[in-house]
Design a protein around this ligand. Structure first.
Ligand code: 4AD
Length: 558
């Protein structure tokens, strides 16, 4: 036993043919490739035995493992000694570098900068107004977006404050203080100086730069800055885990701003058209779009849900305020990860009393086009063109197509189910064929009049065909459905019938049913997914690029 152990400890196997220096461990089963590698593991000659695989080891009459030749060992030892020396030198250099760095930091600590009292008092500005504030002394707060050092006496910082980017130049002592030599991206600073337009040939954001005359560090950032958490090689999950840092980047910050501009455009549209905004609760005890996607929760001992849609509450508000809308969160326990589904999204819903189905379609079309136009007419249109240079506001009227014709279209264009059969009347048209059709047609489509069986309990039947409902999905190229809407069953008995067909209890919906008792009217409405609209407007690949912290299966943080 002891002999065997000794043999294991002292014998290393090397095979040029089958060994590996990376994955081998020097055993007979996993030999190294080179003798140098074996010596790295054990260079005590007295206790070392190296066996190499014979070149003709395939010959059964020969021993497979043979002791290394004297010449082979001599050559390997020489290489090994050279390597040891190289490593010692590198370690020495590193030690010297560390000492030099420490000394530099010591020197930097001794450098203290002060404001020149003879300079004019600076006015604090945001970067958005930098252009109007050129050639006078100003003060700007922000985050270090980019940082470049040029020798010991010059440093360029691109400062970011949410309203824009400003290149700042630091000279001489300003870039030699301890704070300057340890400055890293994402630190917060305050810079004082004069913004000067750049001579031709030089480039920086807005064609100018600040010549800094004094600065202060406000909040430091660790050495390496943002790159510690995120860099160009980061995978999708690392980016999602570090989304709180990712949003500081150019594209995501543009997206967040565009989202804000877009929400304002929706509000402006509605106020302009005479709608009132309602802010309904999202903790509910009723379902709107089927039990399969309900998030259940314990509400003080009772079962409740996160709302799928605020439609039912908007319907109750129309007798109080007339046309109304809401911008609220909706929740869907979607089990699949797709490019257009989130578990939580911002739902823009409108509800209109005394309208016909045709009028409802016109209003939806008006909403989509007018909101896009408002964004493009705003001072922030560049956010759209930066992200989606080819964007054009779509023209009215949109193509209107009935579900029955879509089924025909799929057949005529050979768009089939996975098993090769055709979609038939009554089938739900899933995301993939719907997208194929929309991308082929390549213009917005209002897909109308779906069969009752595949739509919600509250949708009324059409007069012409009792199998169909007064319903619409708006489909956009590259995204698919961005709006779902319909007229609402407004006669009490018909609605109760709808509840029964969908096995829904009446009691929790007593207030919704009362609407059909106390002055009912033909009415309709719709829901538009804000992130879907943004995916279309900004031409994003994935819906999760359109929200700050996306929620989907297995992802509930940050
Ligand atoms: O078609 P949906 O399910 O309709 C309703 O909820 C109606 N009650 C709305 C109403 O009439 N007031 O959803 C409406 C829209 C969809 O067209 C889509 O844009 C968006 O909401 N949506 C989603 N967006 C992101 N992730 C999801 N999981 C979504 N589910 C629906």
């Amino acid at each position: 036993m002891t002999d065997q152990l000794e043999k294991q400890l002292a014998t290393l196997y090397v095979s040029e043919k089958t060994g590996s220096d990376e994955n081998g461990d020097g055993s007979e089963a996993k030999p190294f490739k080179t003798t140098l590698r074996a010596l790295r593991q054990n260079d005590k000659e007295e206790s070392l035995k190296i066996l190499v695989e014979a070149a003709d080891s395939g010959d059964a009459s020969k021993q497979r493992w043979q002791p290394i030749s004297e010449a082979g060992m001599k050559k390997a030892k020489k290489l090994h000694q050279q390597e040891v020396k190289r490593n010692e030198k590198a370690a020495e250099r590193e030690k010297e570098d560390a000492e030099r760095r420490e000394k530099n930091l010591e020197e930097a600590r001794a450098i203290v900068i002060q404001q020149d009292a003879s300079l004019p008092q600076p006015k604090t500005i945001k970067i958005r107004s930098a252009k109007e504030s050129r050639d006078v002394r100003v003060k700007v707060f922000g985050w270090v977006h980019r940082l470049r050092r040029q020798g010991r006496v010059l440093m360029f910082v691109v400062l970011r404050d949410g309203t824009g980017y400003l290149q700042c130049v630091f000279n001489d002592q300003l870039c030699q203080t301890y704070d300057a030599v340890t400055l890293a991206t994402e630190a917060t600073i305050c810079v004082y100086g004069v913004i000067k337009s750049l001579p031709e040939g030089k480039t920086a954001p807005d064609g100018h730069e600040m010549v800094v005359d004094y600065w202060e560090l406000i909040g430091a950032s660790p050495a390496g800055g943002a790159d510690n958490l995120l860099n160009e090689e980061s995978g999708v999950d690392v980016m999602l885990d570090n989304r709180h840092m990712l949003i500081r980047g150019d594209n995501m910050s543009k997206m967040l701003k565009l989202r804000s501009v877009l929400i304002k455009a929706f509000r402006d549209h509605y106020y302009d058209r005479g709608y009132f905004e309602i802010t309904p609760p999202t903790l509910v005890q009723t379902q709107v779009e089927g039990g399969a996607t309900l998030f259940k929760l314990d509400y003080f001992g009772q079962e409740a849900y996160l709302t799928q849609s605020s439609q039912l509450y908007l319907e109750t508000a129309t007798p109080a305020v007339g046309d109304c809308y809401c911008i609220a969160q909706s929740y869907r326990a979607e089990q699949s990860r797709t490019r257009r589904h989130l578990a939580e999204y911002t739902h823009i819903e409108g509800e209109c009393p005394f309208v016909t189905f045709e009028e409802l379609l016109d209003r939806i079309e008006d909403l989509i086009v007018d909101v896009a136009q408002r964004v493009m007419d705003s001072p922030f249109a560049h956010l759209v063109t930066d992200l989606n240079p080819n964007f054009k506001v779509p023209k009215k009227p949109f193509k209107r197509m009935d579900y029955t014709d879509a089924i025909k279209y799929l057949k005529e264009h050979n768009i089939t189910k996975d098993d090769g059969t055709f979609y038939e009347f009554g089938d739900d048209i899933p995301e993939a064929p719907e997208r194929k059709m929309t991308d082929e047609i390549n213009e917005p489509i209002m897909l109308c009049r779906f069969p009752a069986e595949i739509k919600s309990f509250y949708m009324p039947r059409t007069k012409e065909d009792n199998r169909l409902t007064e319903s619409v999905d708006v489909l956009m190229p590259n995204v698919g459905e961005i709006v779902g809407g319909s007229m609402r069953t407004w006669k009490y008995e018909e609605l109760v019938d709808g509840f029964k067909k969908n096995n829904l209890p009446l009691e929790p919906y007593y207030w919704y049913l009362d609407l059909r008792k106390y002055g009912s009217c033909p009415h309709g409405g719709y829901g538009l997914g804000l992130e879907r609209y943004l995916t279309w407007l900004a031409n994003r690949q994935h819906i999760r690029d359109c929200t700050i912290y996306p929620r989907f299966v297995d992802r509930c943080r940050p």
